[in-house]
Design a protein around this ligand. Structure first.
Ligand SMILES: Nc1nc2c(ncn2[C@@H]2O[C@H](COP(=O)(O)OP(=O)(O)O)[C@@H](O)[C@H]2O)c(=O)[nH]1
Ligand SMILES: [Mg+2]
Length: 438
């Protein structure tokens, strides 16, 4: 048995709220002994273990005879809880010291410290969530924008699972028809049973796959690198997009030698803008490091903005190939000495071209996927849909017996995607990205 599902019959405990000081903090306990552990650390008019599910009790948290704080104990009895098990939530003041002491006393009382994502893993194992919903929980916890939140909520509602189930149903229909034909060739299966569902599944898989970039960018954000020669106006553009002076701007070439990052939101996507050292051959050792770093940063960006000064003669920029790029002509307020319809004129000084730039960035990052539908939001999901789609494409052009085999493969991948037929290493990959306490 893997480490992930080992020992799920024990009782776990963790601080469920974020580190730091806050009005309220929560220690969550789940498992067969959850209410007994709560009994040991909570003293009120009623014991948690004798309270009905759905009740909250007022009292004091105690450890070794000492009162830590007063607060609430919420009692959930399985299966009517997040994890499907008995759960107690201890709400104290949101003090790091109180929460640490409270957590420690639940461990002394017999709970074990929860691993990352273990509460949600238990909810999944109890059949309360499928895997795409579990991933949506993680995305929701981490959502920083409306788009990210909306997609996570859609995923959590099961909308993504339903889209996938619809595709699986079409594949199952085709597979049944193919098997029937192979077994009883004289019977004959109508085309609409065989080809139409397969083509529809193929189309729907492609449509789903087309949402992956937008979904991943909306949930985890995107990195945008600004690249260009010294003095092209990279730092000025960064400041203009941010609306405040983050990066130092001077007429001296080579001002930015290190790189710096700043956060902003654009079309509902959390963006990390990266300002880099200007690309040029230089004998300055530090600047040369910066140039190397700039190319490396560009390679790891979701999108590169290349900047070329519009009022100076154009010099070619040597860029590594294969990176999605938007090309900009800077300082448009100074007049332009070259013209290229592929390149967007912008001015950090006057703001000209910035609305168009924001629109183009959003178009590249989000594409034109339908907003109200559930998107793929993780690399795991995109990878599964990509693989399933390859098998379905193959099935479209193969004889019936081989097509049936391809469809079985595709169905297996889809069931792994929603988590009905899942291996331990997949669970590990999904839940290791969670925070402890969720
Ligand atoms: N007129 C004008 N000057 C600009 C603009 N953007 C940058 N500059 C000037 O160009 C010089 C280099 O700018 P900077 O942002 O430091 O370029 P970097 O080396 O690419 O980061 C500075 O003197 C800026 O004031 C612009 O849009 N219009
Ligand atoms: Mg600079």
């Amino acid at each position: 048995m893997s480490s992930r599902t080992a020992g799920l019959s024990d009782t776990i405990s963790a601080i469920a709220t974020a580190p730091g000081s806050a009005g309220v903090g929560i220690v969550r306990i789940s498992g067969p002994q959850a209410l007994q552990v709560a009994d040991a650390v909570f003293v009120g008019r009623r014991k948690p273990s004798s309270a009905a599910g759905g009740r909250f009790l007022y009292g004091q948290f105690v450890a070794g005879g000492e009162v830590l704080d007063d607060g609430l104990c919420l009692v959930f009895r399985g299966p009517h809880s997040y994890t499907g098990e008995d759960v107690a939530e201890l709400q104290s003041h949101g003090s790091p010291a109180v929460l640490a002491a409270l957590l420690a006393s639940t461990l002394v009382a017999g709970a074990r410290l929860a691993r990352a994502g273990e509460f949600t893993l238990r909810a999944y194992l109890a059949g309360r969530l499928d895997l795409t919903q579990a991933e949506a929980v993680m995305n929701l916890v981490q959502a920083h924008t409306d788009t990210g939140r909306r997609q996570a909520t859609l995923g959590l509602s099961g909308a993504l699972g339903e889209r996938i189930a619809g595709i699986a149903a079409d594949l199952t229909r085709t597979l049944a028809a193919l098997v029937a034909m192979l077994d009883y060739p004289e019977e004959g299966v109508p085309e609409e049973e065989r080809i139409q569902p397969l083509e529809r599944a193929h189309h729907n898989l492609q449509a789903l796959l087309a949402t992956a970039r937008a979904g991943m960018v909306a949930s985890r954000g995107a990195r945008l690198a600004l690249l260009g020669k010294p003095n092209a106006g990279k730092s000025s553009l960064l400041n203009a997009l941010l609306g405040y002076e983050r990066s130092i701007v001077t007429p001296i070439a080579g001002t930015t030698r290190d790189y710096l990052e700043a956060q902003l939101e654009l079309a509902g996507v959390p963006i990390t803008l990266v300002d880099t050292a200007g690309l040029r051959d230089t004998s300055d050792h530090i600047e040369a490091q910066g140039v190397k770093q700039a190319l490396h940063l560009a390679q790891n960006a979701d999108l590169v903005l290349t900047l070329e000064d519009g009022h100076l003669p154009r010099e070619p920029l040597d860029l590594p190939a294969g990176i999605p790029t938007l090309r900009l002509q800077t300082k448009s307020d100074l007049g332009t000495v070259w013209h290229d319809p592929e390149v967007l004129p912008v001015s950090a000084a006057t703001g000209e071209g910035l609305p168009q730039l924001r629109e183009r960035i959003a178009a590249v990052l989000l594409g034109n996927v339908a907003r109200g539908e559930a998107w793929l939001t993780t690399e795991r999901q995109a990878d599964a849909v990509r693989r399933a789609s390859t098998h379905v494409s193959a099935a479209l052009s193969l004889p019936d017996d081989l097509a049936a085999f391809e469809l079985e493969q595709a169905l297996h991948i889809l069931s792994e995607l929603t988590g009905r037929d899942v291996k331990e290493d997949v669970l590990d990959a999904v839940f290791s990205n969670f925070c402890v306490g969720k």
